[in-house]
Design a protein around this ligand. Structure first.
Ligand SMILES: Nc1ncnc2c1ncn2[C@@H]1O[C@H](COP(=O)(O)OP(=O)(O)OP(=O)(O)O)[C@@H](O)[C@H]1O
Ligand SMILES: [Mg+2]
Length: 154
């Protein structure tokens, strides 16, 4: 049964580096899906937040890409922050086996890595995410879900 991996962590914690290496280690059977890259793909611009309407489109592309890969029998990794229950719940509800890979880095480490990669995320944004979701250095509890029967999945 194909498996869904959700990578979790604040900005610059190392999610994408890990996810790219994971997918590259077995490209025939593993697929990486990343909404920053989808934003870049559809807008041609930087990977920052788009309009509300376009963000909805990004979500639909993200979901349909992941579902197509899962239905083709491949394992899928989603390397967004995956800290907000409203983003995580729909993935867990797909009914595929899932697991989390967590990057509970310190604020200082995330800030240093962000600097080293060119500082394209604002320091304030990283501080805010850390304070909101991992203030004690621990990941939030994942939301509880009731998987849909297979026939109801879209
Ligand atoms: N284990 C590691 N050791 C050293 N450097 C790392 C490690 N993991 C990631 N990095 C570096 O830290 C920077 C941030 O990593 P990455 O882009 O993977 O973070 P991210 O969690 O995907 O960030 P974002 O949420 O902004 O997409 C990159 O320059 C990456 O090369
Ligand atoms: Mg990333």
């Amino acid at each position: 049964m194909p498996t869904l991996i959700l990578v979790r962590g604040i900005q610059a914690s190392g999610k994408s580096k890990f996810a790219k290496a994971w997918a590259a280690a077995d490209p025939e059977n593993r697929v990486r899906v990343n909404r920053d890259d989808i934003r870049h793909m559809i807008s041609g611009g930087p990977k920052t937040l788009l309009s509300r309407d376009l963000e909805r489109l990004v979500s639909r592309i993200e979901r349909s890409t992941a579902l197509a890969a899962l239905r083709s029998g491949r394992d899928v990794i989603i390397d967004g922050m995956n800290l907000r229950p409203e983003y995580v719940r729909p993935w867990l509800s797909l009914g595929y086996p899932f697991s989390f890979v967590d990057f509970p880095v310190s604020l200082d480490l995330a800030l240093a890595r962000n600097e080293a990669r060119g500082g394209h995320v604002s320091e304030d944004a990283i501080r805010a995410t850390f304070a909101r979701y991992t203030p004690d250095g621990r990941m939030p509890e994942p939301p509880l879900v009731h998987p849909l029967p297979r026939k109801d999945r879209r």
